[in-house]
Write a protein that binds this ligand. Structure first.
Ligand SMILES: Nc1ncnc2c1ncn2[C@@H]1O[C@H](COP(=O)(O)OP(=O)(O)OP(=O)(O)O)[C@@H](O)[C@H]1O
Length: 344
């Protein structure tokens, strides 16, 4: 069977420097049409700069950007201006025109034609605001305004939608509902989207693919589960979720550590750090054990324990709330499943 999957966005060796700082460093990235990718990374890692380079608001020092099969920044540096890139933008602050109605906002990027009116109505229906066309932006809630911003970005059928921290102005209760809605809307429209976030839970829960950016570089691109369970580097493991690192000596698919023999996902030899997620740990009370609980925090849905291992390494365990092991108790550590190790 021939694959007809097309690449909506293709970036090769893209770099952008500000003086001595390399904000975007040799980034290469491909995004297939119809996919929803989150760009996740700590503050200052270059996410917004990368988005602005794709949109055309910034010029790179080097590299190639292709959008919808067309080169918008080529090896010779010639850049196609933002308005001709077939890119739709959704910002954190919605950026709706306050003096235009909802329908006029959505119509803004559409050429005057007989198709304009029906397209606006189609988009308003798609985002669940079919009857709100005459209202003004200030008459809408934050979540509704964000849906109008999305409708406006989608209206001209762009090859790519870029969303910069689109949910960060919404309160926690609304955020989850709006991000699920946005994902559904993008799916229904068949849109390709790249969205920037520093919220790992947000990235893992709604994206098809997550790209992790650290210090200007994309260090891993993977589906959420793979990223969480098989991080490519120790830095990714530590940034995405909480990770314990237990020193061990690897012998192929097994590593020997102070908490016993640990099965590994891939063979290693010599000193390694074995990554153990807190929810993979079980604690077994044993007065003879050299490992001791030094802290216990109750969170309602779960309880977190800090355990000092015999060699001084601290290990976090996250257990269901019905476990009740007191601080000071001695425990054996039981870990479920095979684990990722990083060579030391
Ligand atoms: N116009 C500029 N001039 C000089 N330095 C800049 C400029 N824009 C960004 N930077 C620097 O480039 C780096 C990357 O910034 P960027 O805004 O892309 O990061 P970010 O990952 O989006 O961060 P945040 O999550 O905090 O928004 C930062 O160190 C920032 O200070």
């Amino acid at each position: 069977m021939i694959s007809i999957e097309t690449t909506a966005l293709s970036i090769q060796h893209l770099s952008r420097r500000y003086g001595s700082l390399t904000a975007v460093n040799e980034v290469s990235l491909d995004l297939a049409a119809g996919k929803f990718m989150a760009l996740l990374g700590p503050s200052g890692c270059g996410k917004t700069t990368l988005l602005r380079l794709i949109a055309g608001f910034e010029q790179p020092d080097s590299g190639v950007i292709m959008i919808g099969g067309r080169t918008v920044v080529g090896p010779c540096g010639a850049g196609i201006p933002p308005e001709q890139r077939r890119v739709g933008m959704v910002f954190q602050d919605y950026a709706l025109f306050p003096h235009l109605s909802v329908a006029q906002n959505v119509a803004y990027g559409l050429p005057r034609s007989s198709e304009r009116e029906p397209r606006v109505q189609e988009l308003l229906s798609l985002v669940g605001l079919a009857d709100a066309g005459r209202r003004m932006p200030h008459e809408l809630s934050g979540g509704q305004q964000q849906r109008v911003a999305l409708a406006r970005a989608l209206a001209p059928r762009p090859a790519l939608i870029l969303l910069d921290e689109p949910f960060s102005n919404l309160d926690a209760g609304l955020r989850m509902a709006v991000r699920n809605e946005v994902r559904q809307i993008l799916r229904r429209e068949g849109a390709t989207a790249l969205f920037v976030t520093h919220d790992q839970e947000e990235a893992l829960s709604i994206a098809d693919l997550v790209g992790v950016m650290i210090n200007g570089r994309i260090v891993q691109v993977a589906p959420p589960r793979e990223l969480y369970e098989r991080p490519a580097t120790r830095a990714v493991a530590a940034f995405v979720g909480t990770a314990n690192f237990v020193p061990a000596e690897a012998h192929g698919l097994v590593a020997q550590s102070v908490i016993g023999r640990l099965p590994l996902l891939a063979p290693h030899h010599g000193p390694v750090s074995v990554m153990i997620r807190p929810e993979a740990v079980e604690l077994e009370a044993d007065d003879e054990s050299p490992h001791q609980i030094v802290e216990r925090n109750y969170f309602g849905a779960d309880v977190r324990y800090e355990v000092r291992l015999s060699d001084g390494t601290m290990l976090t365990a996250r257990l269901a709330p019905w476990h009740d092991v007191p601080v000071g108790a001695r425990v054996n550590i039981v870990v479920r499943g095979a684990l990722v190790a990083f060579a030391e």
